[in-house]
Design a binder for this molecule. Structure first.
Ligand SMILES: Nc1nc2c(c(=O)[nH]1)N[C@H]1C(S)=C(S)[C@@H](COP(=O)(O)O)O[C@H]1N2
Ligand SMILES: [Mo]
Length: 399
């Protein structure tokens, strides 16, 4: 489950501890007042610090990153948001990474491939944004159900692994009637009482998966952590987070989409009030989006720099405009720092001569396909794909 160390305080205590952060000693009681116990206290996996996140939920784990931790070109691994639809597998699955197997099907020679084999194949590295479909959900006025993310369900990370296409080739190439999807299955063992349709499984269009998909073994140059899907995870650059199946156990080219709820019912875009159906659009390609990362809160009057991040599914960012008066006027920001490729986010900066008072700062990105962020995005039942510029605006007090 979510506790990395089933220590003497036990699993339940550990998980309560993370939610309560400072308050865990009350919930965990006995003998927890020694320094040793205090350092062991957080129950989050991978040594993640609850103070770095807004803990929406603990099991399954839902951690929202802070805006100030999104300023960098690359998001440090321990600041990347976490979203689980199911309880995490035990940390012991990382004890022998090389032995982990991925059952590969829909190819001429289907078989189980070990992570050890993947580690010996030609490596590839891609910088790409990881973003939950529901990032920005809290801004939808109808109160869409699901985690109420602000902007913090997004990160820009560097993935290393092997191309899905190389694995498929190594197994003799695609084989089967009418293959249209790549279906990846997560390695979670379902808790008792969960039906099979609750499995973490996604089907993505095969063409895109073979062109761009990777089986990632590393994030930011380090072996994948448990929370982010180690030992191996599927990554489809440019696609929403849900398509990036963690702890991949099986991978197959398939004619049909998976029958699980995550594919059939969830992640379907429809008008507010409508129920879901598999013929509605599924959450695949991300849309154009940006937000301000600084200044936040208060700042001294004078020469300041407004910063932010911008990205779009597979189209590079063309330009970003910034407003410091709530959208009454806009000025072009400068894209700064190296371009890590079309799937990565760009950081931008705008020099601002800030006068005393209250100011509303927002950004609006345009991609090379000509898509521009709207003021308010299309409303939809589950609160997916928010890319409006007004709601994530920040109010800054200049003294
Ligand atoms: N096996 C598995 N993969 C999964 C999920 C999951 O619950 N189980 N959640 C998905 C969702 S909805 C998102 S947004 C991303 C989150 O990735 P992260 O936790 O590394 O940030 O993982 C996706 N892959
Ligand atoms: Mo997600």
């Amino acid at each position: 489950m979510s506790s990395e160390r089933p220590d003497r305080r036990g699993f339940l205590c550990g998980t309560l501890g993370a939610a309560a952060a400072g308050a865990w000693m009350t919930s965990c009681g006995d003998g927890a007042t020694t320094d040793e116990a205090v350092t062991e206290a957080p129950g989050l996996p991978d040594g993640l610090d609850p103070a770095d996140f807004q803990v929406h939920q603990e099991n399954p784990l839902v951690l929202e990153a802070k805006r100030e931790h999104q300023r960098g070109l690359v998001t440090p691994t321990d600041k990347v948001f976490v979203r689980g639809n199911l309880p995490l597998p035990p940390a012991s699955i990382l004890d022998d990474r090389a032995a982990w197997t991925v059952e590969v099907g829909g190819v001429a020679n289907p078989r189980a491939v070990t992570v050890g084999e993947l580690q010996r194949m030609r490596p590839i590295t891609v910088a790409a944004v990881l973003q939950c479909s529901g990032n920005g959900r809290k801004y939808f006025p109808h109160g869409a159900s699901g985690s109420p993310w602000g902007v913090g369900a997004a990160a820009n990370v560097i993935w290393s692994g092997v191309r899905v296409a190389d694995v498929v080739d190594a197994l003799g190439g695609p084989k089967g009637e009418g293959l249209k999807y790549l279906t990846g299955s997560g390695g979670e063992v379902l808790p008792e009482g969960f039906d099979d349709a609750a499995r973490a499984e996604r089907s993505v269009p095969m063409e895109r998966a073979l062109a761009e998909g990777i089986l990632a073994l590393q994030m930011n140059g380090e072996p994948l952590t448990l929370a982010h899907g180690g030992p191996v995870r599927l990554v489809v650059p440019g696609f929403y987070g849900v398509n990036n199946v963690k702890f991949v156990r099986a991978l197959a080219l398939t004619a049909e989409q998976s029958t699980v709820r995550m594919q059939q019912k969830s992640y379907r875009v429809r008008p507010v009030g409508e129920s879901s159906s598999p013929d509605q659009p599924s959450m695949y390609e991300m849309n154009v989006k940006s937000w301000i990362t600084g200044p936040l809160g208060t700042a001294a009057a004078g020469s300041l720099q407004v910063t932010g991040v911008a990205f779009s599914g597979e189209s590079p960012i063309e330009s970003v405009e910034v407003t410091t008066d709530g959208g009454a006027s806009w000025s072009r920001a400068e894209l700064v720092g190296p371009d890590l490729g079309r799937y990565a986010w760009r950081t931008f900066a705008y020099p601002w001569d800030a006068a005393a008072g209250t100011h509303v700062l927002a950004s609006r990105a345009t991609d090379r396909n000509g898509s521009v962020q709207p003021e308010t995005p299309p409303q939809n039942e589950r609160g997916y794909a928010h890319n409006g510029w007004r709601d994530p605006a920040v109010t800054v007090e200049i003294a």
